[in-house]
Ligand binder design. Sequence first.
Ligand code: SF4
Ligand code: SF4
Length: 513
Amino acid sequence: DGILRTARTLAIGRGYIAAGGGIDRLSFAPADWPALVTSGALVETRISMTDAAAALAGATVPVPPGEGDFLHLWTGLIDPPAVGQNLLGQQAFTSAVGSLGPGETVLVLISSGAFSHRGTDWKRSGAFERVTVVQGDTRLHPDAGGYSMVKRLAIAGAPEVKEISLFRLPPEIDPLEPFRVEVRATRPAPAGEVAASVGADYRLPDAYRLAPVAEPEALWREIWAEKRVETGIVVAMLAVLTLILFAQEWITRRPKLWLLSRAGFLATTLFVLGWGLNGQLSVVQVIAFVHSLLTGFRWETFLIEPVIFLLWSFTALGMLFWGRGVYCGWLCPFGALQELLNLAARRLGVKQLAVPQALHERLWVIKYTLFVGLLALSFYSMRDALVMAEAEPFKTAISLRMWRAWPFVLYVIVLLGAGLFIERFYCRYLCPLGAGIAIPAKLKVFDWLKRRPQCGRECRLCETKCTVGAIDPLGRINANECVLCLRCQVVMNDPGICPVLKRRARGAEGVPA
Ligand code: SF4
Ligand code: SF4
């Protein structure tokens, strides 16, 4: 539903479809011939032999008067399946409307009687000059290129007819406005030509129109109102996270509180935000954002998904203040899944692998290359970029909750399996989204993560404990890699762990260091 709504909003925004409703090309309900005629889907007109004889009086070959039909005509647009599919059957209907270009529609003319609405001149001239479609100042004869003949009607209750023609109408004929279909019969006369016309006024009945869609702005407002509960939950989570970040010094001096709040928050991120509300950001949104900046930014396009919009807004603001860790460390459901699984693995005694620093830093290149490659590819082919974005396991693990074809599931299992031995393996080396939001890390305003002068020189404990290996052997924190988990702050504030604090304590007690 969300995807369809987004697509519709984008289509309206780009002018592919009218904002004021359109032909209902989706609804279908079985109907018979009398129902279509009664509903106005087919309009009917006729001229008897007697009337035609009068109109064509003086013709070299006169029309004999009589009670029969000179022309009995039914016409209308077949684009709504409720009309076309009932009239022609599914296969013929699909082939009639399947190749329509933007703004094109299909008009059917069904007739019986002595006169042919098609004639044969069109084979020579390339246009059906007997038929004219009139709308305002526009008058056109259907051309032969857009014509197809139908042999029989599939609908129940249809009368015996002689000719069935489908004509593709160009966008100049607005299907939502009334138009007239005229059929003109001419006969040579000694003084030139005599003619008789029969016309049917057509207007697409309301039953086959979409209700006018709300303006995109109204649409997003409506969605936000609908998703009040979801947005409330996300806002509450963001408020709690803001509190944690502002109170980080106080929290990190209490290791148990830190562990409890971190594990609790990550579990909420995974179960509520991820699996519950589908609040997983993706590199695809970064690409869409870049493209929208280049092709015309519209707030409505992004406001249409409230949870994602809130997450991106907070992430953007958080990146400016604290760096990408605001999202990666706390709000990414897949990041949370990896960290919680690794926490469980370590509790179960799974030995962690230490990646040598030189290799560790070289492996970072993969995620940045993936990000740049995806962005570059999107300018060449958005479709290929979307396929390549499957490098992200989010869709499988979070959006589809592992209900997917086995190769995708296997890929996620391999990543999570690697994460049991190397914490946040995917975040460290592969995540293009993490790479994308790490790039502006140097812009961050606050640097609240503390270091001691002894870090890296006398002690490298934080380096070994860091969730993603963001601390280098000199004890410096790499802002591009740090996920703001605060673990190093807990270590450096814990007098039972940090060697510098231990030494100070021993000094205070007069114990020789
Ligand atoms: S690096 Fe990627 S997977 Fe890891 S937390 Fe950040 S966005 Fe999520
Ligand atoms: S341990 Fe420290 S440096 Fe490493 S990710 Fe957490 S906050 Fe950042």
